[in-house]
Write a protein that binds this ligand. Structure first.
Ligand SMILES: [Zn+2]
Length: 239
């Protein structure tokens, strides 16, 4: 039986003498693994359509066990991202987190579309050439929105414990509670992360906007760093 997928390559590893296993996030079936036989031979044409982060139409023959890739045609290889070290590093990080947080064969169109939108925005014409977006900020937007898609939305509107509004400073993120704690409630929590007022605002913005519009915001490096520490802690807690 042949299955046709629209998929984005999340990663790959070599096996045997000339084969490779690909991890693919597909629109139709979520994350899948499939083997491409002989793909590392120099004359193999398939490899170019299956590079990391390429959006491809992929055919997989499957009876039982792992499917075998029989064909692939790249639709978008996001070449601007691949030619810029910083953008590429951020994309690797995002794909790695996605790969670790989703199980195989769990279809989720929201997750697929979120990752595709992230790649398209990172690859947009003036993003790199005019330095118009901070790739690390877009990565944080992707990760926070991914948490939300997977059922781990961070509460940032009111204190996750008492439900009251936040005062300007003195608030903390708690991974265990899945949100921001106000000054009063934070006192009893050990693994808490200081969260500045801007970071709280930005988290709210993440949930109200798509990734494309996030690219228009200008954000201070210290705020991006605060968001990074929060998302790393929450990722560790979920994973
Ligand atoms: Zn509170």
């Amino acid at each position: 039986m042949i299955y046709n997928y629209t998929g984005i390559i999340l990663g790959k590893y070599n096996i045997g003498e000339a084969d490779r296993i690909y991890i693919i996030y597909t629109l139709e079936a979520g994350k899948i693994r499939a083997i491409a036989k002989g793909v590392r031979k120099s004359q193999a044409k398939l490899a170019g359509h299956l590079e990391n982060f390429t959006l491809s139409n992929i055919s997989v023959a499957k009876t039982r066990g792992m499917g075998k890739i029989t064909g692939a045609v790249a639709e978008n290889n996001f070449s601007r991202v691949k030619n810029n070290f910083e953008f590429l590093a951020e994309t690797f990080k995002s794909a790695g987190i996605l790969n670790k947080l989703v199980k195989e064969e769990e279809k989720d169109e929201r997750v697929f579309n979120l990752f595709l939108e992230f790649l398209k925005t990172m690859n947009s014409k003036n993003a790199i050439s005019e330095n118009s977006i901070a790739p690390s900020f877009l990565t944080q937007g992707f990760i926070f929105k991914l948490f939300d898609c997977l059922g781990y939305k961070i509460e940032a509107n009111v204190c996750v414990k008492c439900g009251k509004s936040f005062s300007q400073e003195g608030n903390y993120f708690s991974a265990e509670r899945g949100g921001i704690l106000c000054r009063n409630c934070a006192a009893g929590f050990k693994n808490r992360i200081k969260t500045n007022a801007n970071a709280i605002k930005i988290i709210r913005i993440f949930f109200k906007n798509n990734i494309k519009s996030l690219a228009k915001l200008r954000v201070e490096p210290k705020d991006i760093n605060n968001l990074r520490i929060i998302s790393q802690e929450f990722f560790r807690w979920i994973a």
